[in-house]
Design a binder for this molecule. Sequence first.
Ligand SMILES: Cc1ncc(COP(=O)(O)O)c(C=O)c1O
Length: 281
Amino acid sequence: MVLKAYRWDDGKARIFRLQDHVARMQRSAESMCLPLPDADLLAGMVTSLVAKHIDDIPAPPSSLYLRPTLIGTLENIGAAASPSTEATLFVLASPVGDYFEGGARPLKILVDDQRARSTEQLGSTKTGGNYAAALGPTLAAKAKYGTDQVLFCPNGDVQETGAANFLLISDKEVITKPLDTSFLHGMTRDSVLRLAADLGYSVSERDFTVDELMQAISTHEAALSGTAACLAPVGCLVYNGEEFSVMDGNPGPNTEKLRKALQDIQYGNAADTHNWLTEVS
Ligand SMILES: Cc1ncc(COP(=O)(O)O)c(C=O)c1O
């Protein structure tokens, strides 16, 4: 579970989508066969930690990064086929700055049409092993092509990168893969899709292939969504060793508009019409 708390001018903090993150962590625990953390206990741990450190939270666009973690702790060596019936739950927190300090830099992404980031069974589970699995290919692509991330598209099915969801955005529509167990159900993805619908975009949650993606980048902006970077513009795709510009290669206006719509809510500059914020004082 990774979420953020923002400190507003009124001196109070707001945690973004706390209850939804708690529910996602419970689903992840269930899929890892770990004991389910109690929802009120987990939400209470997060809010009390935020309350305790409210004065340490830097003003937006900086925030407090929160990482509740659950690890199995049953003392039972050699029990690979039976789950841990005991677990430890703790919450890490750290102030973080703006991901895009100095302006949004369009990202360069390697399109991998063979490999999956995770497995069909664990793709929607937020667990450390998934991140480790994506690291090798991401570092290798960085060394070879200077890319920031790898877009995993097993058998040509466009899924997500190592730590973010992938969206195509035009003046009229937002396209992204529909929810299934192969990829992480990002809270930012869900929030952007809802705000896009509010703003009159048609939201198309549908599977699309690498071939369609390579066609779409002349008419659609591309973006990565996630808690750390919010909505980050993609300016270049590397595919089969060649570089392809996404639109004109610069951050597009629709990506900017949707990112601003989300950040306005998070920073207290727009009404929280979806009730996504939990106030902490
Ligand atoms: C693989 C993956 N996809 C998507 C996301 C975005 O999820 P969220 O928007 O909830 O941060 C993350 C975030 O860590 C991720 O690791």
